[in-house]
Design a protein around this ligand. Structure first.
Ligand code: LRH
Length: 482
């Protein structure tokens, strides 16, 4: 997405969506890839559209994307193959192999990262010996790769670097211990840069191709989309939690220091680095991917569903009839999601949803329950008390999900902004450009003064959620046995 922010003296911010482009992963052979050149083409189109929308020169450009994935460049700067999608199964078994040389508790103490089978660390151990990795001189995470093509400058932005599972959250620098144990050459990474750092200028051929007048500075932002989304959580004070909803739900707290205890590892909480020295203490939950994949499956089966109607019908289905574990890795890969959900219910001895509305209700109840578990665990593990849960990202539009989340958590939910990642990205750029001033609290106050937010009060019987979870989920495991 390309966006434009303007600070109009009185401290307001206007976000204009200049362009939006699809992101379609492509499978060749048995590998699932990102179509990175098509994404880069979309970025160029976005810059052209942003330029057409603005009277003067663009003040800044900032790039964020999903985490963990990377492209490899050879000595001449050529891309060595299309980046592999984190949902590709190539990392299966890698965690167990690494655990034999670096026990999981030592890995967690060194990096504070939750176990996700697709962390960059495991992608790199899986790729060991491959022609591409052998020939590689540089590894650039996806937003850094796009920024490199725009500017010619190579850097590794810190918030996204922290999702590699190769970074120490205490020193905010690479962990040699982990890299050595995994046989990873840290010189592949370009120098670290902080959100807000200058990251070069658009190259002359990029200006020519997009019709922009130079110079146009590029600014490092929280290049991990979740880091940018958390910047744009319109909270005041410190007693808030956030749930960044989209393909994933990222539910947790903003902290000043990581929590590296064994209990935290067992609960599979992550300490990703945030903007302005913060830590994003959160758990990954499968998110609206569950529903997106159901919609794709129903369409492929010749029974396409309209989302707005489906959500209305799901609201009329009695709640808590059945729950699935929204952290179950069985849901990670693309494929027939309604069948996998039905299988999970069968395995748990729970009633199997039959209609699309019943399946949708099962997904949303399950997500709301997983949100509640994550926020309960986060508060216990970090010794914090939450009074408001902020839902940002695409799920902020989903009124049923927001209400169910308020009910399950027993907390008021403030929903919005849906475009949190874009807003957080723009705010960090705007601060570097001198258009806005202050710390995260100031940026959030600016948002609160600008956005229309919707509040959901908790209703219903909170204990019913706990008893449904006991019936259908038993003891949820947060880390697979390695
Ligand atoms: C969300 C996200 C999430 C990561 C996943 C790979 O887009 O960046 O924070 O865990 O993608």
């Amino acid at each position: 997405m390309a966006a434009q922010a303007s600070d109009r003296g009185a401290g307001t911010l206007r976000l204009h969506e200049a362009h939006r482009f699809p992101n379609r992963p492509v499978r060749t052979g048995d590998t699932l890839h990102w179509d990175i050149l098509s994404l880069y083409g979309g970025v160029l189109d976005g810059l052209r559209a942003a330029g057409a929308h603005t009277s003067g020169p663009l003040a800044s450009v900032g790039i964020d994307s999903w985490a963990v994935d990377y492209g490899l460049l050879d000595a001449s700067g050529a891309l060595l193959g299309n980046p592999v999608h984190y949902r590709d199964p190539r990392t299966e078994g890698e965690a167990a192999k690494l655990a034999a040389v670096l026990p999981p508790r030592d890995l967690y103490a060194a990096t504070g990262l939750q176990h996700l089978p697709f962390n960059t660390l495991y992608q790199l151990t899986a790729a060991r010996g491959s022609a591409a990795l052998e020939a590689a001189h540089r590894l650039l995470l996806v937003p850094d790769l796009i920024a490199h093509w725009l500017t010619g400058v190579a850097g590794t932005e810190l918030t996204n670097a922290s999702t590699t599972q190769l970074l120490d959250p205490l020193t905010r620098y690479w962990s040699r211990q982990v890299a050595d144990a995994a046989g990873i050459d840290l010189t592949l990474f370009a120098p670290l840069r902080e959100p807000g750092d200058p990251a070069g200028e658009l190259l002359p051929h990029v200006l020519a191709e997009t019709g922009l007048a130079g110079p146009v500075p590029v600014t490092a932002v929280g290049s991990h989309d979740t880091a940018s989304a958390v910047v744009a959580v319109p909270a005041s004070g410190e007693d808030f939690a956030y749930i960044a909803t989209g393909t994933w739900s990222l539910a947790g707290l903003e902290l000043r220091a990581p929590v590296l205890t064994e209990e935290s590892r067992e609960a599979n909480f992550t300490n990703e680095l945030g903007v302005d020295g913060t830590v994003r203490y959160l758990r990954n939950i499968m998110g609206l991917w569950l529903l997106q994949e159901c919609l794709r499956a129903w369409e492929a089966q010749g029974a396409p569903q309209r989302l707005d109607r489906l959500l209305r019908e799901a609201a009329d289905v009695p709640g808590l009839r059945t729950l699935v574990d929204a952290g179950d890795p069985a849901f990670l890969a693309p494929g027939d999601m309604p069948r996998r959900i039905a299988d999970a219910c069968r395995r748990a001895g729970a009633p199997v949803p039959v209609t699309p509305a019943e399946t949708t209700r099962c997904v949303l109840d399950s997500l709301a329950h997983a949100h509640r578990r994550a926020l309960d665990d986060a508060q216990r593990l970090a010794g914090r008390t939450v009074r408001t849960a902020h839902v940002v990202g695409g799920g902020a539009h989903n009124t049923l999900l927001c209400q169910l989340t308020a009910d399950a958590c027993g907390l008021p939910v403030v929903a919005g902004p849906a475009e949190a990642a874009a807003l957080g990205n723009v705010l960090v750029q705007a601060r570097t450009a001198g258009a806005v001033r202050g710390d995260l609290a100031d940026l959030r106050a600016l948002l609160r003064g600008t956005l229309e937010l919707r509040r959901y009060e908790p209703s219903g019987d909170r204990a019913a959620w706990e008893s449904a979870a006991r019936r259908f989920l038993g003891a949820e495991r947060h880390i697979p046995a390695t």
